[in-house]
Structures are given as C-alpha cells and as structure tokens.
Design a protein around this ligand. Sequence first.
Ligand SMILES: [Zn+2]
Length: 398
Amino acid sequence: MITSSKFTRALLVRAALIAALCVQSLEVLQAQQPAEPPSRQAGQQSDRQPGGQRRPAAALPALTFEEYEPKSTLVVEENPRPRASFPFVDVHSHHNRLEPEYVDKLISEMDSLNLRVMVNLSGGSGDRLKQVIAAYKGRYPDRFVVFANPRFDDINEPGYGARAAARLEADIKSGAQGLKVFKNFGMDLKYAGGERVKVDDPNFDPLWAKCAELGVPVLIHIAEPPPFFQPIDRFNERWLELNQFPGRARPPDRYPPFDTLMEERDRMIAKNPKTVFILAHLGYHGSDLARLGRLFDRYPNAYVDIAAVLAELGRQPYTARDFLIKYGDRVLFGKDIYEPSEYTYYFRVLETRDDYIEYYRRRHAFWRMYGLHLPEDVLKKIYSGNAMRLIPGMKQER
Ligand SMILES: [Zn+2]
C-alpha cells in the first residue's frame, strides 16, 4: 500500500511539473505572437490591449448560461406557418377542464390551426371518463377522441390484470378510443413491498391483450430523456432543465438505467404482437433515430408520436427527413402541453426548408432547428393518416 501511494504521489508531482511547463511554454508562445496588424491598431475594437495582452475577463459583465441570449444576425428566407397546410390530428394532448366554454374555445383555436381532431389522453376511467367524454365528444363528436387511463390502486390484490382489462372494456363501451399509460409506469409505480412495477410485468399482459382484442391502441410513456439518467454535469445536454427542475433527474440510486427500461419496454412490445403500442416522444430515441429504426424493423406493432421532441428532429434535418420518409407509416403528430401558439414550430419544421428556426423551450434545446420539407404524402400520414388508421371510430377525412 505504502509503495503504491508513494508511486501515486510521484505521478502527481510529475503531472504538476508537466502542467507548469505547459503554461510556461504557452506564455512563451503568446509573447512571440506578432503585434496587432496596423489597421486594427488604428482605434478599432479589439480584445487585445496594446502589447498583445488579452483584456482581463472582468472587462465584460459576467453572463450565466440562462442570461446569454444572442440575437441571430442570420438573414435568410423565413416561411412562418401559423396554420398546418393539411388538416391534422394531435394524438398527444391533455385537457382536464370540462366547462362548455373551455371546449368551445378549444374548437375555435383548433380551427385556426387546422387541427381537425384532438386526442385527449387524460380521460381517466369509470365515471370520470364518462364526464370527460360527455364534455368533449358530447359537444363535438368528430373533433375529439378520449383515451382511458388504467387505475393502479388495486395492483397489490391478486387478479389485477383481469380487473384492469374488464375496466378498460367498460371504458371503451363508454366511448373511449384508446388507452394512455402515464410515465410513472416502469419508474415510480411500486408494489406494496417496494418492488418496482417493471414495464414487462406479466400482471399487465391481460390489459394489453384486451387492447388488441378491442382494436384500440396503447399510447405509452416509458422512461424520460436519456440525459435525465446521466450525471448532472457540464456535459449533460439537459443541464438547464435538470437545474430548473431537479426532481426530473433519474439518478441510479433511485431509478433503473435508461436502457433497462428500454429492454423491458421492448419485451412488452415483443410478447404482445397484436397490440398497437404508440411510444410517446419518439420512444426517447429522438437523438438516435437509427436505434428507433431498428425498433420499427423488429416490432411491426410499434409506433411513435413526436410530442415535445421536435427539437430532436429539427437539429438533424437530413437524417430526420430520410428517417420520416422511410418510416412515415409509424410516426404520428403530437404536441403534449397544449399551447396554441407553439404548434407553428411543428408546422414550420415539418413543412418548410427554413434554416435556423428558433425553438420554444430552451430547457429542451439550446440549439436551433431546420425545416425538413417533408413530401406531401409523408406529411399527410404523420398529420392524420396514421392516426385515422390506428384509432378506431375516427371519421375519415375526404
Ligand atoms: Zn403527455
């Protein structure tokens, strides 16, 4: 032990010496730099003081990452898209309010966006579901779709799967057109003994089988963006969001790794081949579309929505365009948090070939996006065709 710590100390001393030498040689190099060219010395702004020394950093006020908001100087053609070029279905939205005035206002906003059908994923179950359906579909039968949500309060009692399946069947009879599973499933949902409910838990198989039997899709949110599972350091791509919302972090002492959740999810998809699974948020493979492509190739019953992950597509316009053309039958339009003014970013990225498009939520993306200029047939599938095919009871657009 003594020898090894001596050895370590000797290494450290050597490393410090090398570092000091490097700094010295840098200083020598800087001193050898030629002086400013004459034109720059003639009163022009420069970050160098006379004699070639850098100005001390204190000359500029310190900026935090959040404060730095450079205004783009890029001058290029811009094609704003306040309204989608074709009628579309938003398969990923949440609405809890039941007042007729709220629903009427929604309809007028939807009309201005060309949003033909809104899928409200927050239907609940039982009586609550009936109320949601009455409030939305009761007023506008063709403009809304409501998904039911499974209840977990009786997961500790034997026979959960059969009960969950029976509840879903009743909810579908009440008018629900699909099942939405929220993200606590696989992460925070636990059995009474503290054991995590795994995504491929066989207790849920009767529920997935019932969805297949009734021909309704399961829109399911598994995991979170991969950086949420990574150390929160200066290399973390979602540092800002994790700094603003520390509770979103998924540290390894409390959560399974991202890839464990993906493996469980894939096993669930594999063992229920007749059930349609729409993975929310590009299945969190937006930063690795090749991986998502392999998933599509392996499981014909897997689909995704693009809700809240537009910036992933928009930062890789060549790759994303090729991907969406190849897998256009597997991708559905979704937005998640309902804010009418934010749809325009989706239209612009999907439809135009604009450069350097600003994104609306900096904590999701500190980069800008590029238009994918999708071909009309691909756009129509993503906007509405796939939703019409997968969700039963939707009136076909003509
Ligand atoms: Zn959502």
